[in-house]
Design a protein around this ligand. Structure first.
Ligand SMILES: Cc1ncc(COP(=O)(O)O)c(C=O)c1O
Length: 442
C-alpha cells in the first residue's frame, strides 16, 4: 500500500495485524466496524462509514411519548397477549389497508420482536406445514441474517441472484426452482437490501402466480416500507400504494419493520401480517409440532408462544401511536425518511464522478431509486480488494459477496450514518483514490 493515503497507512496496517485480519475484504461487518473504530480513535480522523444499516435519524417523539405513558400506567408488570395488544392489531390492519390497499383482519396482524423474529417464526412454521416442503427459497441478493436464521434452526434453503432474471425472465428462473416441489416459502425484500432494486408489478405478478400454482407461501420483507421515493406513497388511502405480492396471491405473509420507517430499531418491534387465507389454512402435518392444524393458531400459540411469549408491552403502544398518527394523516413518516434518498443521490454522483460504477442500476427499464443503500464497483478491483483498499482512504462498506450476489466485484454502501458535512471529505478521498488507481486495479 502506498504511503500517501488519506488515512496514514502505517496505522491501518498496525490494527489489521493486531486484529489478525489476513484479509480485510473478507472480514465480517462487525470486524470492519472494530477496525475502523480503532483507526479513528488513534488518528482522530472520521471515516465515511457505510458498513452498517443503522437508522441515522432520531426516533419519532410520538412513539417515545406513547411508550412512556404506557410504562407510567404499569404495563411493565403485565404479560402482553401473545398475538399483540388489540388496539395495535387494529391499527396494523388499518395501516395495510390505507398504505397497501389490502384487507387483512386484525387477527392476522401480529407484533413481533423486530421483523427478525417474524422471519424466524415464519421459517419455522411454514417448513412444517407440508412434509414434502422443507426449503426456503431466497430471491437474492439478500440480508445475510435470514440465512443465518435458517442455519441455526436447521432449515434448508436455496437461493438465486435475480440480477440476470428481471422482468418476464424471472418466470422461467423462479419456476425452475419451485417446480422441484420442495419449497415451502420464498422470501425477498422490497426495496431490496443490499441492492435497492424494487420489483416491478410484472415481477410481483409472476411471483404471486407461481406461488399460487406451486402452493408456496410468499414472505414479503418490507423493511423499507414506502421508501421507493420515485413514487409518493405517503398519503393514507390514496394511490400509489406500497407495491406488494398481496395483489397477486392470497398465500402471503408480510414482514413490516418499524426500524427504518419509524427509526425505532432499538425497541425491536415489527409486524407480521398473515393473509386471511393463509391464517385459516389447515394442515395435518402441523399436528406433531403444535397439536393443532390451523396455520395462524400454530404461529401464535405454537411458535410465537415458544419463542418469546409475545412482544414487549410498551413498544406495542409506541407502534400503535405511530401507526394511528400515520393512518389518520397526522404524521408523514415518508417525508421524514426521504432524507436517505436525497443523500444517496449526492453520494452516488460523488462515486460515479470518480470512476466508480453502480452495480445494480435498473428496475427493468427504469433507473434505480435512490434510498438507504446503493452498490458500487471500481474497474479492476474485486469487492474484497476494494474494501481492503478503501479502508486506507477513510471509507468503509461491505462486500456483496456475503449477500448471495453473483456480482463479486460489488460493495454495498449504506447512506444512513454519513452526515452531509462529510460530503467534502468523501469527495476528496474518492478523488485521491481515483488519482492513485485511475481505473487500473489494485
Ligand atoms: C431486509 C431486512 N429485513 C429485516 C431487517 C430487520 O428488521 P428489524 O430491525 O425490524 O428486525 C432488516 C434490517 O436491516 C433488513 O434490512
Amino acid at each position: 500500500m502506498r504511503q500517501d493515503t488519506p488515512i496514514p497507512s502505517a496505522v491501518v496496517k498496525k490494527y489489521v495485524e493486531q486484529m489478525n485480519l489476513d484479509n480485510v475484504g473478507k472480514a465480517s461487518i462487525r470486524e470492519i466496524k472494530r477496525l475502523v473504530d480503532l483507526v479513528e480513535e488513534e488518528t482522530g480522523q472520521r471515516y465515511v462509514r457505510m458498513e452498517m444499516g443503522i437508522p441515522g435519524l432520531k426516533p419519532s417523539q410520538i412513539g417515545v411519548e406513547a411508550e412512556k405513558a404506557a410504562l407510567d400506567k404499569g404495563v411493565a408488570a403485565i404479560y402482553p397477549d401473545i398475538d399483540g395488544v388489540r388496539s395495535l392489531k387494529k391499527e396494523i390492519s388499518r395501516f395495510v389497508k390505507l398504505f397497501m390497499n389490502i384487507d387483512v383482519q386484525p387477527r392476522g396482524c401480529i407484533p413481533t420482536v423486530g421483523s427478525m423474529q417474524g422471519s424466524f417464526a415464519a421459517f419455522m412454521t411454514v417448513t412444517r406445514m407440508n412434509k414434502q416442503k422443507d426449503t426456503i427459497l431466497f430471491l437474492d441478493p439478500g440480508f445475510p441474517v435470514h440465512k443465518q436464521q435458517c442455519r441455526v434452526q436447521g432449515t434448508r434453503f436455496d437461493s438465486f441472484d435475480v440480477y440476470n432474471h428481471r422482468g418476464e425472465k424471472l418466470r422461467a428462473k423462479l419456476e425452475s426452482h419451485l417446480a422441484k416441489g420442495n419449497v415451502a416459502a420464498l422470501l425477498y425484500s422490497n426495496p431490496n437490501n443490499p441492492s435497492w432494486i424494487c420489483f416491478t408489478e410484472t415481477e410481483l405478478k409472476i411471483i404471486g402466480e407461481l406461488a399460487t400454482k406451486y402452493d408456496v407461501v410468499v414472505i414479503e420483507d418490507l423493511a423499507y416500507f414506502a421508501m421507493d421515493f420515485r413514487q409518493d406513497m405517503s398519503k393514507p388511502g390514496q394511490p400509489p400504494y406500497q407495491p406488494s405480492v398481496a395483489n397477486f396471491t392470497d398465500q402471503y405473509l408480510l414482514l413490516i419493520s418499524s426500524s427504518k420507517a419509524f427509526s425505532y430499531a432499538g425497541q425491536r418491534i415489527g409486524m407480521m401480517v398473515i393473509s386471511d387465507t393463509l391464517f385459516e389454512k389447515g394442515s395435518k402435518d402441523l399436528l406433531p409440532y403444535y397439536g393443532m392444524e390451523q396455520f395462524g393458531r400454530a404461529m401464535v400459540f405454537g411458535t410465537m408462544y415458544a419463542l418469546s411469549s409475545g412482544t414487549s408491552h410498551s413498544p406495542q403502544y409506541a407502534l400503535q401511536a405511530l401507526l394511528k398518527a400515520s393512518n389518520d394523516g397526522e404524521y408523514d413518516f415518508v417525508e421524514v425518511v426521504k432524507e436517505y434518498g436525497e443523500k444517496a443521490k449526492i453520494m452516488k454522483k460523488l462515486f460515479t464522478d470518480n470512476g466508480f460504477k453502480i452495480v445494480y442500476d435498473r428496475d427493468e427499464d427504469k433507473p434505480l431509486a435512490d434510498g438507504f443503500y446503493f452498490t458500487i464497483s471500481y474497474p479492476g478491483f474485486s469487492g474484497e480488494e476494494l474494501i481492503e483498499t478503501l479502508v486506507y482512504y477513510g471509507i468503509s462498506a461491505i462486500s456483496l459477496a456475503i449477500t448471495g450476489s453473483e456480482r463479486l466485484e460489488g460493495l454495498r454502501a449504506c447512506v444512513s450514518l454519513v452526515d452531509r458535512e462529510q460530503f467534502p471529505d468523501l469527495a476528496y478521498r474518492l478523488a485521491k483514490f481515483h488519482e492513485h488507481h485511475g481505473g487500473q486495479g489494485v
